[in-house]
Design a protein around this ligand. Sequence first.
Ligand SMILES: *Cc1c(COP(=O)(O)O)cnc(C)c1O
Length: 365
Amino acid sequence: MSGIQVPYTDFAKAHDPLRGELDAAWRRVMDREWFIGGEEDRAFEREFAAFCGVKHCVGVGNGLDALRLILLAMGIGAGDEVLVPANTFIASALAVSYVGARPVLVDPDRETALITPEEAAKHITERTKAIMAVQLYGRVADMESFAALAEKHGLALIEDAAQAHGAERNGKRAGAFGAAAGFSFYPGKNLGALGDAGAVATDDAELARRVRALSNYGSETKYHHEMQGVNSRLDELQAAFLRVKLPHLAAWTAERRRIAAVYRENIRNEKIRLLSEDAGCVHHIFPVFTRERDRLRDELEAAGIHCLIHYPIPVHLQKAYAGLGYRKGDFPAAEELAETELSIPLYPGMTEEQIGYVADALNRF
Ligand SMILES: *Cc1c(COP(=O)(O)O)cnc(C)c1O
């Protein structure tokens, strides 16, 4: 036994060097005694909008709410359908259900794990109102073709960019491709708060205004309610922490890309499949695929390498969605990915020794 341990992720590597700044951030908020919707929120919204290359950003409570508020603001609801990948975190589909619309699932491409416009087009009906492209694992879908498809059918194009802060495609960043994008700053995301947080990014001023009002009880003027909103706001403390971390995101992303490149270069095992390469990917997750996934996970665990599965059950086979009437076999690629995927450690601050150790363990399998 080598004694090397590789955790799935390690927050301390990112936070320890910033401890002084993070402490100063919470002191600043405490001293100001303004906890929601203040200077930190507005400043973070400006900074994150600039980072994404969009005109507007609205801080909200979490990533699920960001997506839900976009749909609400677009007036999507009962009787409407929204196309969503069958292989995504449940939140993408839940956002659609929460507004009363129906998530219509789309099987992904097994080489990218992303949905394609060709496959999505097969599911468009007269009830379809929007396409939600999920930038899964930190990789941007074919947004130019999705935009053309959306335009042709008069649909809204929405990004679930919860895993894709800073991901690029043809010179544009995640968040800037559709009518609006939902981001999550859950602690484990590439840009994580120290608690729950999320944001909506958009170029559409009116949509941003509606999202902001809806996130604050449907109100722009205190106690005047223009619409039936929810309470989902970004708090000052999280905004202040996010402002400390955002300037480091580019360096963290560069590090993630470097580690991914080392994995790509060194993992050589015919039993293990990787996704096709994508230079714009920000590697929120580094997935490997094998028919003997559970055995691989056990073997890596025994070697001190901690892995996760994203995601073990596709949306159509979740109990929560039994009501949609899908069955096993309906989305073969999503099912294959769920049965064969294993996410190996990849995080800023991993040592060369750890990276090499993981690659060697995969090659020995
Ligand atoms: C994390 C995540 C969400 C939800 O974000 P929360 O902040 O946890 O609500 C939505 N979609 C995807 C793809 C995610 O990974």
